[in-house]
Design a protein around this ligand. Structure first.
Ligand code: M6R
Length: 611
């Protein structure tokens, strides 16, 4: 949800900022802009992607300078237009040449705008951000840092900002509250960005700016303060990240790369966490709370989108392995329904980015009501990871494709390990746990076997690609997989798809089925197998075409369906780890066949940092 990058140093800023912006483009790609302070302050903005910005810069002539900032936008306030693109400037007449990029939302912008208009400021955009640029300008008395601090004392909402001023060519001021921001520390230079992917090519030393903190960066030094100008410490650390992880390599798209990375990612996710001798799961991040977890009365998983589907699988796993009553909820709904949090409640926030605003708010609400707050998060040091009492990182590496794939299997894998961790402390024997862990360890090889069918999945997809409506059906622990299959298809190919419990179909949605309508069933061998077969018959007898995800060797399913994707056999509660994979591949090929931008689907952004 908007990416920002800023630079102060001795190198030409333009190339560095544009490269950084390309790395951050997954966060939003409605419009882009850049401001560089050389002999004068130059600003270039455009609707569209970073490539369009490069063309625009080319047209407008060179922009030189060693101080600057850039932004890639996901529109919230104001449409997708050039005038709403960042950077925003303080007012020309009253202004001081202040330029600002922002990720987040200034909630009280309307009040501030009226106040500033009364003082003669004229606004050019419909954004909340422009208000902040004007407010800083209004408070500017020759010290940019103080003006930014003063302005931030007046705003409510979330922000990660970078600010420069034409009158201070040696100063970059950045600040954050609620939206992510990192400062890379190089030799005589600083590169600031929404995440480390835009930093790591230049330095591996960085610090995360804490909430309510302002950093003043010059080429030689930096200082960090609160908005009240009280000095605060910033701990520079080594980034655990290398460029190879974010390179496409031989793949055409990040989504495909990330789908094929799943076996390796899961091996890393499990590494060092499985104690074969003791028949135990080792989760350092939550060990301090092992007792509270083992005596928990209720566990609630919260997340959004794909992470929510992993939450749903998590509840099945936790109830099965630990026999603790477990629920899931949309983080956005949990937060606002006055949730009952009784003693012994554990809330688990599941998130790839660790920045999803809905999930973060739900977590804060749960904490405030006395729950033990755990996180299952991918991005190290992200807001959710920092706000939880304890947690387990996915360790699946950076996920760049907007459609989440490897994070989902990572989330389910961590939920499985967490359930075993808790269950083992309650009643699970070491023999049972060991046997289960053996199955868990076989999952990467199982996924490899599914991926070998990629060509077959592509040819099946081609048969139905002209169809505008699809159903995805599953039962029990494979019901969330049906939801996930539908979400993947709709978000990147824009085909209408609905996921639901297979049994629910006959209560209404069956009316949708007409001749040739594709219905994807997760029909693996498990406790609900026979029932799913009946649901398949119901669809077939009404002319629907059934594509089944079935257990290897199941010839019976083949005889009932038009097409089958086989997956290796696994215990019922681990099946989502493999049944989801053919559905990811199907969605990928469908989007490609329809000529869609797989990694950057329309209207979406990788992390949704507004509620
Ligand atoms: O970063 P998070 O896991 O918290 O993100 C949650 C959802 O926004 C995310 O899963 C979204 O639904 C993806 N586009 C799904 O592919």
């Amino acid at each position: 949800m908007c990416g920002i990058v800023a630079y102060i140093g001795r190198k030409p800023a333009k190339h560095l900022l544009l490269e950084g912006l390309k790395r951050l483009e997954y966060r939003g790609y409605d419009s882009a802009g850049i401001a560089i302070l050389g002999t004068t302050l130059k600003v270039v903005r455009t609707v569209g992607r970073v490539r369009a910005l490069e063309d625009q810069i080319e047209k407008q002539g060179e922009i030189d300078g060693t101080l600057g900032m850039a932004h890639t936008r996901w529109a919230t306030h104001g449409g997708v237009t050039e005038k709403n693109a960042h950077p925003h400037l303080d007012d020309g007449k009253l202004g001081h040449g202040i330029a600002l990029v922002h990720n987040g939302i200034i909630e009280n912008y309307a009040v501030l705008k009226r106040y500033l208009e009364d003082k003669g400021h004229v606004f050019k955009s419909e954004t909340d951000t422009e208000v902040l640029a004007h407010l800083i300008g209004e408070l500017y008395r020759g010290d940019l840092e103080r003006a930014v601090q003063g302005a931030l004392r007046e705003v409510t909402g979330a922000y990660a900002i970078a600010v420069i001023c034409a009158k201070e060519p040696d100063t970059l001021v950045v600040a954050r509250k609620g939206s992510p921001l990192m400062v890379g520390v190089g030799k005589d230079e600083y590169i600031v960005a929404s995440d480390s992917s835009a930093i790591v090519a230049h330095t591996t030393q960085a610090f995360t700016l804490a909430d309510y903190t302002v950093a003043k960066l010059t080429r030689e030094s930096f200082r960090t303060t609160t908005v009240d100008n009280v000095p605060v410490d910033a701990q520079v650390k080594e980034l655990e990240f290398d460029l190879e992880q974010i390179d496409l390599g031989t793949f055409e798209h990040y989504m495909l790369k990330e789908i094929f990375e799943q076996p390796r990612s899961l091996r890393v996710c499990m590494q060092g966490r499985i104690d074969d001798r003791a028949g135990q799961v080792v989760l350092g991040g939550v060990s301090e709370f092992a007792r509270r977890l083992a005596t928990a009365r209720r566990i609630v998983f919260v997340g959004q989108g794909t992470a929510l589907h992993a939450c749903m699988v998590g509840t099945y796993l936790m109830e099965e392995m630990a026999k603790i009553p477990s629920d899931w909820d949309f983080a956005s709904e949990f937060r606002y329904r006055n949730p009952i949090v009784e003693e012994g409640t554990v809330v688990v926030a599941v998130s790839q980015s660790g920045e999803t605003a809905d999930t973060l708010s739900a977590l804060m609400e749960a904490k405030q009501r006395g729950a033990l707050a755990l996180g299952i998060v991918n991005v190290v040091g992200s807001s959710i990871a920092r706000e939880t009492d304890a947690g387990v990182y996915l360790r699946v590496g950076p996920e760049i494709g907007v459609a989440s794939t490897k994070a989902f299997v990572g989330q389910v894998m961590v939920a499985a390990m967490l359930s075993l961790f808790v269950g083992r402390r309650r009643f699970l024997s070491s023999e049972f746990t060991l046997a289960y862990l053996k199955q868990l360890k076989s999952v990467p090889d199982c996924i490899d076997r599914v991926l070998e069918q990629s060509d077959h999945i592509r040819s099946v997809t081609a048969k139905y690609i002209h169809r505008e409506n699809w159903l995805f059906l599953g039962r029990g622990v494979n019901y969330p997989v049906a939801l996930e299959g539908a979400l993947k298809l709709k978000e990147i190919s824009y085909i209408h798809a609905e996921g639901m419990p297979a049994a629910e179909m006959k209560h209404g949605p069956i009316a949708l089925i007409d001749h040739g309508m594709p219905a994807v069933f997760v029909a693996t061998r498990n406790s609900q197998y026979e029932k799913v077969l009946s649901n398949i018959q119901e669809v077939r007898s009404r002319g629907g075409h059934v594509i089944a995800v079935a257990t290897e060797g199941d010839d019976h399913v083949r005889s009932l369906c038009e097409d089958v994707f086989y997956v290796p056999d696994l215990p019922e509660h681990l099946q989502p780890l493999v049944t989801v994979v053919p559905l990811q591949v199907l969605a990928y090929h469908a989007a490609l066949m329809r000529g869609k931008d797989v990694d950057k689907p329309r209207n979406l952004a990788k992390s949704v940092t507004v509620e």
